[in-house]
Design a protein around this ligand. Structure first.
Ligand code: FES
Ligand code: FES
Length: 160
């Protein structure tokens, strides 16, 4: 067992973990944060995407011990004070989901994209989301949602 200490959605946690425990399983099974989905376990689907120190990563490809000392954000940490994050609002308004299984990963990957590129093109979004699979939507509404969230976030930043 290895002792780790990390911040998840702003809450500090300490835990003893097996060195082989994947971050995805730590989040789901130890912390009960089941919004992080596991669709493949082989780094193919992106359903497990979270932010690790602000960068999107597939949490089935990271060990929990690699998050020692880090700041992790899961889909449960996106809303603030009961208000949806702009990306959640945009997915809702632009019908960026159907069954919702891919959605937590899509949301977290999208937040990662927008933190690096606040004004992405349609093609840049498609390229950046290549590692996130959706079997339902055909992707167009997801791209529309990310474009809308980007515009919303740029307007908010300009106004503040
Ligand atoms: S569960 Fe991690 S990429 Fe599919
Ligand atoms: S909404 Fe069903 S997998 Fe994307």
């Amino acid at each position: 067992m290895t002792r780790i200490s990390l911040s998840v959605n702003g809450v500090q946690h300490e835990a003893d973990v097996e060195p082989r425990t994947l971050l995805a399983y730590f989040l789901r099974e130890r912390l009960g944060l089941t919004g992080t989905h596991i669709g493949c376990d082989t780094s193919s689907c992106g359903a497990c995407t979270v932010l690790l120190n602000g960068q999107s990563v597939k949490s089935c490809t990271a060990l929990a011990v690699q998050a020692d000392g880090a700041r992790v954000t899961t889909v449960e940490g996106l809303a603030e004070d009961g208000d949806w994050h702009p990306i959640q609002q945009a997915f809702h308004e632009h019908h960026g989901l159907q069954c919702g299984f891919c959605t937590p990963g899509m949301l977290m990957a999208s937040v990662g994209i927008l933190s690096e590129n606040p004004d992405p093109t349609d093609q840049e979004i498609r390229h950046a989301l290549e590692g996130n699979l959706c079997r339902c939507t055909g992707y167009q509404n997801i791209v529309n949602a990310v474009l809308a969230a980007a515009e919303d976030m740029r307007s908010s930043a300009a106004a503040s």
